[in-house]
Design a protein around this ligand. Sequence first.
Ligand code: UD1
Ligand code: PEP
Length: 417
Amino acid sequence: MEKLLVSGGRPLHGTVQISGAKNSAVALIPAAILAESEVVLDNLPNISDVATYAEILTELGGDVERSDSTMIINPKDMISFPMHNGLVKKLRASYYLMGALLGRFGEAIIGMPGGCSFEPRPIDQHIKGFEALGATVSNDHGSMHIYAKELRGAKIYLDVSSVGATINIMLAASRAKGLTVIENAAKEPEIIDVATLLNAMGAKIKGAGTETIRIEGVESLHGCRHSIIPDRIQAGTYMIAAAATRGDLIIDNVIPKHMEALTAKLEEMGVEIQEFDESIRVIGKPQYEHADVKALIYPGFATDLQSPMASLLTQAQGVSMLTDYVYSNRFKYVPELLRMGAKIRVEGRSAIIEGSKLNAAKVRASDLRAGAALVIAGLTVENGITEISGVEYIDRGYDQLVEKLQQLGAEVWRQSV
Ligand SMILES: CC(=O)N[C@H]1[C@@H](OP(=O)(O)OP(=O)(O)OC[C@H]2O[C@@H](n3ccc(=O)[nH]c3=O)[C@H](O)[C@@H]2O)O[C@H](CO)[C@@H](O)[C@@H]1O
Ligand SMILES: C=C(OP(=O)(O)O)C(=O)O
């Protein structure tokens, strides 16, 4: 076990390279199951969710090789067998095994996904999609047993624009007979990334990134090479950290279009932002205006940046309001920020945040983005060392966080406990 120690009060300076997107990587790796030959993924982030997925594919009989940010997956000899617990409990995105194994083998027995559990995260829309494609879904010793003699294309209207359900249905429908149409599909950039990979594998998917996705099933899918899009949540976390520490940071290897909701909100608060083709410069200021932030589905402000944003809003003048319309109760980090002297109260699905100076404390990250929020909070503290436990959550999604922050001038280090 490790904890993170942060001695704050130093503005972040320099250039940070953003890695490939976690939420793409954890969908693209299982998507490779559908191919009949080698899939090469470039620009993979070095995070524990990716390492866990590599182990899962190996356990299922795949041949997985990894060097730096490239992974070569040969799924030829894979089989579908029950994965009740163990590795699948370590990450949320293990639910993509359902769509991928169903598409390739017509059967999947998978335990309920793990990952960040800031509140109940149902998968009823995934099940609705599989059933519409002709699968039967039953409970096998607490795991989901999904079986289809033959997958048939269908029209599926999602009750909520779920990222996971949209991708899971795309995976299975790529190998169904006939046309599948997903209505009210999620529009996140990671969905386009998965469709791009599947199309390079021979799938026929149109409309990814819009609310209607059309998938014409094909007989077989083949290998290909694909480079993962930059992680917009990691990029956003560094943008927020730069503003919170009143730094001057260039965030490199980003798609500025993906950052628009955050960029607009930071500018509204008084942060200076300069946009380039593949990078963004964030120049912090001594004082910030309060803001109202609403976390929504893409292209709205990302819920995954809601907790880091709370830490920045503690540095703004006056009272800010942070409302999460995706997850109503994603506020487990609030008691930890209160320990650091923040003035926050939660009302319904909103956090009301009054600007205040933070002080060092011992705090615990209860999930990945809560961890990012606490690191940013620690970076703003002028005296004392903030101790953050729950580092295993942070490692799920932030590639080389400590090393990157150190390069930017922060005093952050790991300590074994
Ligand atoms: C691995 C991955 O990509 N994780 C991301 C993905 O999670 P995930 O795909 O799990 O999130 P969803 O987009 O599915 O969830 C969005 C909303 O829909 C609800 N819902 C979802 C599915 C379902 O079957 N029924 C249902 O009611 C959820 O409770 C939530 O309120 O999108 C979330 C929302 O952008 C992000 O926070 C996560 O980082
Ligand atoms: C909630 C997140 O991830 P996951 O869905 O993988 O738990 C996240 O990335 O903030």
